[in-house]
Design a protein around this ligand. Structure first.
Ligand code: CDP
Length: 230
């Protein structure tokens, strides 16, 4: 493993700018970007297709045994999410998945399965991984841990702006309610809740542009890479 290829963990609540920022930081360093939320969304999509409930542990176990979740890049470098061989990318941001994902992602077996995949993907370093528990559980020894926050209003505004491109119709109030509900469920679950790691650096992105927040993280990462190269 090349010691200079570090692991950057970016955690934070819905709409705090994790995905876009993480993708830009990864591009800068020519690292691999891993969107762990897409994995939880994909398993939720698969569970909903079979009308499963999060508390039906037997059926959830069966689903996990017969389902592989993977992330692949297409020719343009864009991340696509697969359930077995099916590209489910167009479906995982739907209103139905958004409304159910936090229930499924609180199931211990689901978390264990996803974390196992995430650790394998990141073990060689040279990655930027975003999610809720990357700095606390997936990579507690990550070289750089960032915790992004922003006001609920700003986060909802950002999310609403993304929806037309994804052909999703949701009102502003529905988006606010979905974010509020997910924040609550994600932060209060027993298994690896959304939480700032004690050694994470918090950045409030409410009034920052993507370029500004990306730049802040790049500077922090460059300092760490420089120290590792000495
Ligand atoms: O993009 P957005 O912030 O809306 O959410 P996401 O990153 O796509 O994550 C969707 C949901 O997956 C979250 O609300 C969490 O319930 C769950 N999740 C998780 O539990 N752990 C992670 N590492 C990533 C996502």
């Amino acid at each position: 493993m090349d010691e200079r290829k570090i692991i950057i963990a970016i955690d934070g609540p819905a709409g705090s700018g994790k995905s876009t920022t993480a993708r830009c930081v990864a591009q800068h360093f020519k690292y691999v970007y891993i969107d762990t939320g897409a994995m939880y969304r994909a398993i939720t999509f698969a569970a909903l297709r079979f009308n499963l409930y999060p508390d039906n542990h037997e059926k959830i176990n069966e689903l996990l045994e017969t389902t592989s979740i993977s992330l692949k890049r297409n020719e343009t470098g864009e991340q696509r999410t697969f359930v077995n061989e099916e590209d489910v990318t167009p479906h995982i941001r739907s209103k139905e998945v958004s409304e159910n994902v936090s229930y499924f992602s609180s199931v211990s077996r689901i978390r264990e399965a996803m974390v196992e995949i995430q650790r394998k993907l990141g073990q060689k370093g040279g990655i930027v991984m975003d999610g809720r528990d990357i700095g606390t559980v997936v990579f507690p020894n990550a070289d750089l841990k960032i915790f992004l926050v922003a006001s609920l209003e700003q986060r909802a505004k950002r999310r609403i702006a993304e929806l037309p491109a994804q052909s999703i119709v949701m009102s502003f109030d529905e988006v606010v309610e979905n974010i509020r509900q997910r924040d609550l469920l994600d932060s209060s679950r027993d298994h690896s809740p959304l939480m700032k790691a004690s050694d994470a650096i918090e950045i409030d992105t409410s009034y920052l542009t993507i370029e500004e927040q990306t730049e802040k993280i790049i500077v922090l990462a460059e300092n760490i890479i420089r120290r590792k190269s000495l």
